[in-house]
Ligand binder design. Structure first.
Ligand SMILES: C[S@@+](CC[C@H](N)C(=O)[O-])C[C@H]1O[C@@H](n2cnc3c(N)ncnc32)[C@H](O)[C@@H]1O
Length: 271
């Protein structure tokens, strides 16, 4: 059976650790609505809708939004945000690889930071294509969480920290797992299907962080890649990481701030 990576275990801290600053959330919403030339008839769909980081602000503007997620607890967080708000959002529990929707149902499909989690990602992609109307637009954004190369906006010290974490786990014989696809794999697959691709930056912002906060996030297993590490190995590995961090950066207040970007690959002509 395919292993599913549910975010139940981090649903209560997801928004605090991954949420956009409020003004950036509005900027991303404006950008998406403008990008797809949204009208009152536009129907949005999202696989891995989570707590509604992308969906809720769009739904609050009155658009029809449908989403699916394996995590009941992430969906509970989403529904809580919509209490008392008039909306047209339907979010249901289900798996990306078997969508309970008719073909040609939606004008815009969205996936944000989810394909790195789905082992049968080609099937998930095929399902999105099936439910998207012909002439529809697919907005694809891949997580940097398990990147093997730094991107232009990565803080070099933070990159060194994450490479150290990888090396420590490698030494224990438990490398960080890769559950699903890389961005390159997804884009290559889409290209073989004859689509047109365009990369756009929906928002940029300064993200404030110290090495201490990042270390704490690792210790609290906020990152999905750490969930597959056996507990005994994990305990020793984070202890090694803490010791290395204190030696390398001297203080837990060492600044790891960086410019973050929200990047979207716009997929058109997917027929
Ligand atoms: C990193 S979160 C992203 C959530 C949201 N898209 C966002 O950007 O905030 C990934 C989400 O995908 C969900 N997920 C993982 N595998 C899935 C699958 N096979 N089918 C549906 N949802 C899945 C997780 O439960 C989690 O809520």
């Amino acid at each position: 059976m395919t292993k599913v990576i549910s975010f139940d275990r981090v649903s209560d801290i997801y928004d605090a650790t991954r949420g956009f600053p409020p003004e950036i959330s509005e900027q991303v919403t404006d950008f998406i609505l403008n990008l797809v030339s949204a009208t009152p008839e536009t129907k949005f769909f999202e696989t891995g809708i989570g707590t509604g980081r992308i969906a809720v602000p769009i739904a609050k503007r009155g658009y029809s939004y449908t989403g699916i997620d394996v995590s009941e607890k992430m969906l509970a967080e989403l529904h809580q945000k919509l209490e008392g708000v008039s909306h047209k959002l339907t979010a249901i529990q289900g798996d990306a690889t078997a969508l309970p929707f008719e073909e040609n149902s939606f004008d815009v499909a969205v996936t944000v930071h989810v394909f790195h989690l789905i082992s049968n990602w080609k099937q998930a992609l095929a399902e999105i294509r099936r439910v998207l109307k012909s002439g529809g637009i697919y907005l694809y954004s891949h997580s940097q969480a398990n990147a093997t190369q730094p991107s232009a906006d990565t803080n070099p010290d933070r990159w060194e920290f994450s490479q150290r974490w990888r090396a420590i786990l490698d030494d224990y014989g438990h490398p960080l797992p890769r559950y699903g696809a890389t961005q390159e794999e997804v884009l290559t697959e889409l290209e073989t299907q004859g689509v047109t691709l365009e990369t756009v930056i929906a928002a940029k912002w300064q993200f404030q962080q110290t090495v201490g906060t990042l270390l704490e996030n690792h210790e609290n297993k906020t990152q999905s890649a750490s969930w597959a590490i056996p507990d005994d190995i994990f305990t020793r590995a984070v202890q090694d990481l803490r010791e290395w961090t204190l030696q390398r950066f001297s203080s837990l207040d060492y600044d790891f701030s960086e410019e973050r970007q929200f990047k979207i690959v716009v997929v058109r002509n997917w027929t």
